[in-house]
Write a protein that binds this ligand. Sequence first.
Ligand SMILES: *[C@@H]1O[C@H](CO)[C@@H](O)[C@H](O)[C@H]1NC(C)=O
Length: 142
Amino acid sequence: MKALVFLLLLAVVTAKRYERCELARAMKANGMDGYQGISLANWVCLAKHESDYNTGAINHNSDGSTDYGIFQINNRWWCSNGKFPSSNGCKISCSQLLTDNISQAAQCAKTIVRQQGITAWVAWRTYCKDRDLSSYTAGCGV
Ligand SMILES: *[C@@H]1O[C@H](CO)[C@@H](O)[C@H](O)[C@H]1NC(C)=O
């Protein structure tokens, strides 16, 4: 319990809500622009509707699993919190997906896209697919 409280505290302390262009630049710096043919605007749109650009976002699902961070990555398949049974496809602790440095989350998102494509994200299908996404990177100089 103490460890859990500490981890939650850590997440709160180091989490961050990005500005749109700041996130677009960070994603680009992490090699996401054009990765598997997915444009930066698609990634920014995905993050907007999954987490509202908040690296500390945590949401619980009805199946008992939990989604973590800016890309709302699931702990049944991709990360482990040490308790919930996980295949841990990204070989990562879920808390590493909550920090202000999006590097680990970006690597994990790339793993997911390689295996399942961007359609793995419900929010992308709902809010980004077949839309004009130019506003997500407009004025960002990316
Ligand atoms: C973010 O983390 C990665 C490694 O996980 C590191 O290489 C990089 O320098 C960090 N970026 C910043 C801005 O601290």
